[in-house]
Design a protein. Structure first.
Length: 135
C-alpha cells in the first residue's frame, strides 16, 4: 500500500527484543470530496506506522513533515489491563520518502527573507550613487 500524508508528531525510536530498533510514527491522511448536494467535506484517517530498517531516519520525521510511505498492513491484537481484547492495524513500512520537513521549510523561508533584505539594502545604496551616472 502507498500513502502520502503529514506526521502528527515526532517519530519515536524504541529498542525491542534482541536489541532491534523500531521507529514508530503516525501519518494523517486527508480526503476532500463533495457530497451529492455539492457541499465540501473532509475526512482524516490516521495510520500508525512502524519502520524497522533505519532508526537514524527518526530525526527527520518531525511533526508536520510530508511523507510517502509504502508497506503492508499488519493486524496486532492484545489484552489490555482491564482484560479487554484490543486490536489495531499498523503499516509496517518498507520505504519512506520525505517530501518536506517543517524545520527545513522555516530555514528556507529565513534564508529567503535574509536574501531579500540584503538585496533591498544593496539596492538602497546603489541609488545613492546614481547621481554620478552620466545618463
Amino acid at each position: 500500500m502507498l500513502f502520502t500524508g503529514r506526521l502528527t508528531a515526532n517519530a519515536e525510536v524504541r529498542t525491542v527484543k534482541n536489541d532491534k530498533t523500531v521507529t514508530n510514527f503516525t501519518v494523517a491522511l486527508n480526503k476532500r470530496y463533495k457530497t451529492k448536494s455539492g457541499e465540501k467535506q473532509e475526512k482524516t484517517a490516521f495510520i500508525d506506522c512502524a519502520y524497522w530498517v533505519n532508526a537514524g531516519l527518526a530525526e527527520y520525521l518531525t511533526k508536520g513533515a510530508i511523507v510517502e510511505i509504502s508497506g503492508w498492513m499488519e493486524a496486532q491484537a492484545w489484552v489490555n489491563k482491564n482484560n479487554e481484547a484490543q486490536a489495531r492495524l499498523i503499516c509496517s513500512c518498507d520505504t519512506i520518502k520525505l517530501f518536506s520537513s517543517p524545520a527545513k521549510a522555516e530555514e528556507q523561508a529565513e534564508a529567503t527573507n535574509t536574501a531579500k533584505a540584503k538585496a533591498k539594502q544593496s539596492a538602497g545604496t546603489a541609488g545613492a550613487d546614481d547621481d554620478d551616472l552620466p545618463f
